[in-house]
Design a protein around this ligand. Sequence first.
Ligand code: DX5
Ligand code: ZN
Length: 215
Amino acid sequence: MTEIKISPSLLSADWMNIGDEVDKIFEIGADMIHCDVIDGIFAPNITFGMPMISALRGRSKLPLDVHLMIVEPERYIDRFISVGSDTIAFHPEASKDPHGVIAAIKRAGIKAGIALNPDIDVETAREFIGEIDYILLMGVFPGFGGQKFIPYVMDKISAAKALVAGIDVYIELDGGVTVDNIGEMKARGLDAAVAGNAVLAADNPKEAVKLLKSC
Ligand code: DX5
Ligand code: ZN
């Protein structure tokens, strides 16, 4: 089994010093930088958009793991691609043309994922198998960092791993990941975990990444 990848979410970063935070995320041994783009319509918060991703791209040595929580991602997908996203996940129910969005991402040679809210069945992903590179399972309802993991999502990790058995699709979990629950997630085969609070609000973020990878 390969080591789990850790993707700290910028929602928990110090935005006044975002460049330093980007450097820090690299230095503490994380694998990607999770960028939560929220439009205030799909989910109840407003964060940032393409200009921020572009600025991050100019600074980050790590891949930018972009999570679009926006309605009609088809309207902006080309711009999120052109500013330098490395992986892009979106919520298919927010799109009028989810297959077209995936196709646009794939045409650009980057990774496409679909994000599933806690109350959306893993079976929803079946129609995208053969097109996507990953499934982003939400461990909380989108909007804010620092929420508590919803326990029933644990079984969805196993269901998602079963769905992608034998094919090259990885499973990433987003929301509520801590040192107390990541062990079970790994036992169920999880490939990557977003960790906002668990890493960036920790006293020692480097130790936190090490612990999340080892426990
Ligand atoms: C929720 C976001 C998550 C979240 C993760 O809307 O998609 O990425 O910020 O933060 P933690 O790890 O603190 O739950
Ligand atoms: Zn996210």
